[in-house]
Design a binder for this molecule. Structure first.
Ligand SMILES: *Cc1c(COP(=O)(O)O)cnc(C)c1O
Length: 482
């Protein structure tokens, strides 16, 4: 069972403070909410403590921090937002998209807050299981599930959303060979259009996901697929993503709701009992404020698709980024500073290996950078345009380019903010850089109480890199005849 003892209880907050981010380049200083100020203050405390307690050091020059109170409160806000717009007793499963932070202790923490798991590979399924997430709280999506993956999911009772007609035929065969209690659905693409980030837009006309509803004959095919399969009881879409306006997301959900109504009318009873609306709530990377909020999205859904939330349908959501992003911070030591072409450059240990999207597509994924001194105190001072570079050996390995910040010095610690989702948890193995350690923290209360840390993932080692890279197979190629 999911323990609900903490659910709905907002996480504790630290002492109020100004938060280092405001000394940076956010430009959001005057509009920062109290929650945001608390988050900034907790982060400042944690950075100081990470330096004092040696979590970041010469031997471990990059580290990821997770604000446990922040994660808890986001989980509580998500649950409260949907509870607010649905009648009591409505079945709502919030399944965290595991790819956003594929870390077992994070999945366990969320599960303790009543949040399940959305998985999309054998690895993610294994992580959810290792975290103790029960099959009935797990949803398997993925455009490329193998027959073995499907068989395992059906045997366990994990909910599965089929992506396409061929996959549905595979499930037909599996269902015939062994009964399953897995709730089964079909993913559709409402083709409502994309957002500002092409690579993340799941609901364009030619997206690779789901059955493209507006293609010729597709809608009729979908209705018939349900008529033919009384066990197909769910309908799924994931139309959002970073860069998509909320109104467009809500439109996508409305399209899917209307399709469910049409199918149920055709079948003559409520065969579809649950609608999975996916995730994709965008995240504000410009300040500590959480916007848009889950409450705003839920209210917009209530306005746009009242029928979805009137209690006749169960709901599944699959939020990823919006649950974790604001609660993660990458800390990196500044190894050297230099000047090139007249511009100061801080050479840090965080680059493409932990901030892959930002490095390769900086215009879509700008990150706030907060500099701290070698003792972990927020750096203040006049803003100077500078580059914050990573350790990888390609010119574009920059966390921030030409960014106005207090001048960073050798030995400083630089923080890349809002990196709790899709950043340090999704390591990229360029230059054989080791995975950084990840630590959750609980802020001190301000009256002498120390910040406490718990390891989420131990730092990787060079020995592991050698092993993963064929270290035990050094002679392998020499054995082949030429
Ligand atoms: C990635 C993904 C999500 C989560 O998206 P976020 O933007 O992180 O909220 C949810 N559902 C599916 C099917 C996904 O692929």
């Amino acid at each position: 069972m999911v323990s609900t003892e903490n659910a709905g209880k907002p996480g504790s907050t630290g002492t109020s403070g100004t938060g280092n981010a405001e000394t940076g380049d956010t430009g959001a200083g005057d509009t920062v909410s109290e929650t945001a100020r608390h988050a900034g203050a907790r982060r400042d405390q944690a950075v100081r403590a990470a330096v004092e307690q040696g979590l970041i050091s010469e031997a471990r020059p990059v580290v990821g921090l997770l604000d446990v109170a922040g994660i808890r409160s986001s989980a509580a806000e998500l649950r409260a937002a949907f509870a607010e717009v649905t009648p009591p007793g409505t079945a709502v499963l919030h399944a965290f998209a595991v790819k956003a932070a594929s870390l077992v202790p994070v999945l366990r923490l969320l599960y303790a807050q009543g949040i399940g798991a959305e998985v999309a590979s054998p690895g993610e399924s294994a992580l959810a299981r290792a975290a103790g997430v029960r099959p009935e709280y797990t949803v398997l999506d993925s455009p490329a599930k193998t027959a073995a993956e499907l068989r395992e999911a059906l045997a366990l009772g994990v909910s599965v959303n089929a992506d396409n007609p061929q996959e549905l035929h595979r499930i037909d065969a599996l269902i015939r060979s062994a009964a399953s209690r897995s709730p089964l659905g079909l993913r559709v693409n409402p083709q409502i259009g994309g957002g500002s980030i092409g690579a993340l837009s799941t609901a364009t006309a030619t997206s690779k996901f789901g059955v493209a509803l507006r293609d010729e004959g597709a809608r009729a095919w979908v209705v018939q697929a349900y008529l033919d399969r009384p066990w197909l009881t769910r309908l799924h879409t994931h139309s959002g993503s970073q860069g998509l306006p909320l109104a467009l997301m809500a439109e996508g959900v409305r399209e899917v709701y209307e399709l469910a109504e049409e199918i149920n009318a055709a079948v003559g009873h409520r065969q579809i009992d649950t609608i999975d609306i996916g995730g994709g709530l965008p995240v504000n990377f410009a300040s500590d404020d959480h916007s848009p909020t889950y409450a705003a999205y839920a209210a917009l859904l209530k306005e746009t698709v009242p029928g979805l939330l009137d209690g006749r349908y169960g709901l599944v959501t699959e939020f990823g980024r919006s649950l974790l992003a604001k609660h993660g911070t990458i800390l990196a030591r500044v190894e050297y500073t230099k000047v090139s072409g007249g511009r100061p450059i801080a050479v840090t240990h965080a680059g493409a290996q932990v901030a892959t999207r930002t490095v390769y597509d900086p215009a879509s994924w700008p990150l706030r950078i907060a500099p701290y001194d070698a003792e972990g105190r927020p750096r203040t001072g006049p803003g100077i345009a500078q580059d914050v570079a990573g350790p990888a050996c390609f010119a574009g390995d920059l966390l921030a380019e030409n960014r106005t910040l207090p001048l960073i010095e050798q030995g400083d610690v630089v923080a890349a903010l809002d990196t709790g989702a899709y950043y340090f948890s999704n390591h990229y193995a360029y230059n054989s850089l080791v995975r950084p350690g990840i630590h959750g923290f609980s802020a001190g209360t301000g009256d002498g109480d120390r910040v406490r840390f718990a390891t989420v993932r131990a730092p990787g080692t060079v020995e592991e890199i050698v092993t993963e890279s064929g270290g035990g197979l050094a002679d392998g190629l020499l054995k082949l005849n030429v």
